[in-house]
Design a protein around this ligand. Sequence first.
Ligand SMILES: C[C@H](O)CC(=O)SCCNC(=O)CCNC(=O)[C@H](O)C(C)(C)COP(=O)(O)OP(=O)(O)OC[C@H]1O[C@@H](n2cnc3c(N)ncnc32)[C@H](O)[C@@H]1OP(=O)(O)O
Length: 725
Amino acid sequence: MAAVRVTMDVGSDAVAVITIRNPPVNALALPIVAGLKEKYAEAMSRSDVKAIVLTGEGGKFCGGLDINIFAAVQKTGDLSMLPDTSVELVVNVIEDAPKPSVAAIQGLALGGGLELAMGCHARVSTPEAQLALPELALGVVPGMGGTQRLPRLVGLPKAIEMLLLSKSSIAKEGKEYGLVDAIASPEDLLKTSRLWALEIAEQRKPWIISLHRTDRLGSLSEAFETLTAGRQQAKRIAPNVPQHQACLDAIEEGINFGGYAGLLKEAKVSKELICSSTTKGLIHVFFAQRATSKVPNVTDVGIRPRKIKRVAIIGVGLMGSGIATALILNNTPVFLKEIDSNLLQKGLKMIEANLQSLVKKGSFTIEKMNKALPLLTGVLDYSEFKNVDMVIEAVVEKVSLKQSIFAEIEKACPPHCIFATNTSTIDLHIVGEKTHSQDRIIGAHFFSPAHVMPLLEIVRTDKTSPQVILDLMTVGKTIKKVPVVVGNCTGFAVNRTFFPYTQAAQFLVNLGVDLFRIDRVVSSFGMPMGPFQLQDVSGYEVALAVKDFFATSFRGRTLESELVGLMVKHGRNGKNNGKGYYIYERGQNPKPDSSVQPIIEECRRRANVMPGGKPVTLSDQEVLEMIFFPVVNEACRVLAEGVVIQASDLDVASVLGMSFPNYRGGIVYWADSVGSSSIYEKLNKWTELYGNFFKPSPYLEERAMKGLPLSMLHVAESPQMKARM
Ligand SMILES: C[C@H](O)CC(=O)SCCNC(=O)CCNC(=O)[C@H](O)C(C)(C)COP(=O)(O)OP(=O)(O)OC[C@H]1O[C@@H](n2cnc3c(N)ncnc32)[C@H](O)[C@@H]1OP(=O)(O)O
């Protein structure tokens, strides 16, 4: 029997339980949509069926429409491949049926899954089930009536909040604001749902059609006020993508002309969005992110992750405290080691502050914080290390210090213990040079702030054992990070790819381009902040500490600038001391500081790179390209050297580690949308003008010459290439 199917069981109580079976998340694939129609038709025709309970197999209700359908439509441009799940399925088959349906929700009801449930006449759920309409995060709008039914069930303000932020709720909260009608334990879920469905059929409970409700919408003027606020919020949080405004358009249509008109508008905007470049980028990132968990010779060789019960962290600075926060929040006991009790206390305070800020933001409850804190134990020596399964070293980027720490922990820890380093740049072979445990050495490169940023770059050497890689991937997932496995080189995948980003920006300043204009251009492109504000925020020490590693490793293609050194010399330390390129005042947005201009002038005089001593004139587009094309060029080297397993890993890493705009699909995907030959030509032009920093790599040159995408790692084996040869 095929795994993907819909089944129906009719009980002696005259309730038909219709079950979606499509592991792992019961996505609405085409056979499921067809199966639902078929089983509903059967249930309607059978005289022994009075009511229906709709549910999903394996503890999950439904993860939404099968996103592969979107990918197929985008590939072919054939919109007719999209099933009409809104009117044909939810309205005609479920909502307007002569027999009532109750959704029995467990695990999750996301996107089309929640929309199916909202089309039912009532919803019963287990308390912790996750409910959300995350379609906007995929670049589409809910297409099965979510824009209409959610506001009618939970009220407009809550619906707009859930939609614009793709925010999920757990069912017991959903019950409070009307999304769910009853909560039941997993054991009682079906029993309660069957009873509820029968009671509707027998008119002992109301037969509610959500699409027809208006009681939660408020007055017209209230609704328009909420919509206007929603539109302003959308402009702020999603300025470069269309789906947020489109979603509000569909809601507005429903408020003006009724739910059914709203459904038609929703269907129209859904179709308009699906083949847009931003939606394609977001869907690419969705699948690319899932692909990172498949690592050849690690996840496909039958080994199982070992349990990591206790972790030790060495060095409780900014990174160490962030990593510790992430671990304890996810129930892993942590030993924190520092060299003296002052530093230790400082670190413990930082962790407490991290937790408090998460509570303040509403990400965690005080109870959870109070449960997490006792999982921390501060230590000043290695005596507790005999009981740990993993050590994460997070001290300053100093080779000799790291080497001696690794030699010490080799003696102090049990033989199975994993030795991870959070270095962001140093070659792992060098870090572990003084040990005999090369197979246990691995990079656990977190991004700052480590308890917030989602990427975990897992760096393996040719000696790291698959078991150790798998264990760290599992720890990463446990603490809700996205682990991307990369190879060992200076800067690894992310910092290596992006080192030209800052250098190019500084070079542009030396060429006479306004520093704050550069930041504005880069932010408008979609980065959360420009390169100079980023430098302010991440601290100048980092920039100064890693500069030489890059200069040594990538000799001949780095650009020196004295800007950061001069800033420090003039008493500026970035956000740390409130004075960087910007001024930082408590409770206020950073303001460009015009008094930085003399420092910039001094830097320009020293660099002396302006042609004829005059500032160059560049368009915003040229500024953007001169910053990002060198990054693409380095990404090509990363691909050529096999630092990442597949090009899409670098897309995910750039989005999650550098906040490259996800709707542009990641650095390689974006570069392919620009075209390898155009990037190559521009880089060649700048090489002639400004030198080898811009020189196209052989990988880029080859693809540009052959007109191939950069994401195609193996040219000779590609079918396109063969077809051309
Ligand atoms: C018309 C409608 O309005 C439009 C829609 O419904 S659009 C879809 C809306 N739904 C979503 O956005 C949910 C997307 N999925 C997720 O967020 C997460 O996968 C999840 C929370 C469901 C599960 O997360 P997790 O347990 O970490 O597992 P994860 O690795 O992400 O997914 C497991 C597998 O299910 C697949 N999957 C998850 N949701 C899917 C979906 N909606 N369609 C197709 N495949 C899906 C993943 O691609 C992955 O496949 P793989 O094993 O072959 O790589």
